[in-house]
Design a binder for this molecule. Sequence first.
Ligand code: IPE
Ligand code: IPE
Ligand code: MG
Length: 232
Amino acid sequence: MPRHVAIIMDGNGRWARARGLPRIAGHRQGAEAVRRTVVSGLELGIEYLTIFAFSSENWKRPEREIDDLMGLLRLYLRAEIGELSRQGVRVRFIGDRNRLSRDIRSLIDEAERTTDANQAITLTIALNYGSRQEIVRAVRRLARDVATGALVPEDVDEAMFGRYLDTSEMPDPDLLIRTSGEQRLSNFLLWQSAYTELVYLPTLWPDFEKADLENAVVAFQRRERRYGASSG
Ligand code: IPE
Ligand code: IPE
Ligand code: MG
């Protein structure tokens, strides 16, 4: 079983368009798929589930859609945290919180606080997340530590650099799934995915079911991870 599964949840808009519905209808069904997927992850015994909810580039979308997405996020956090907590889900967030509205920041803080002791699965929600921005923020803090003398440049290695990233508390993803048939990372976990197995599924995110997760896991289990070594 992969310890850490990351998902680029894509295809909400196309799901809605195929039904003649507004994009928000796709995002709403996408939130349902998140609910299902957390349960599936728990049932499969996945330890870390990381989902891409809103990228740092998604601010380019029309204001109306951004408002809808943030509204949905508020609703999800208010309605689901209790249930997630009962299920033993530890909720974490990665991404730059500074651009998020004050009330969403406090919902995030509260979600992290109230679920902090849970151990069944860690659900990490990537929100206003972009991997390049994350790396630049890490470099900035690292440079500051060198400037103050807390660190000498010779101390910097991969493990130490990793501790400056938003993902410092989790292992790298073993399996990364992208739905909707797109085959790109769109600025998600670039550093962390150096040796992650990538699985692209044609399924649109609102249609994502436990069977899709299981299929992706089976595909993962058939792969031979070599990390640069010879095949054996
Ligand atoms: C994924 O669905 C959700 C977010 C990026 C917030 P999209 O909204 O990107 O759906 P498509 O790609 O337009 O179908
Ligand atoms: C990636 O999907 C971001 C999320 C799933 C939140 P996009 O739909 O924004 O990515 P591009 O624009 O197709 O690369
Ligand atoms: Mg998309």
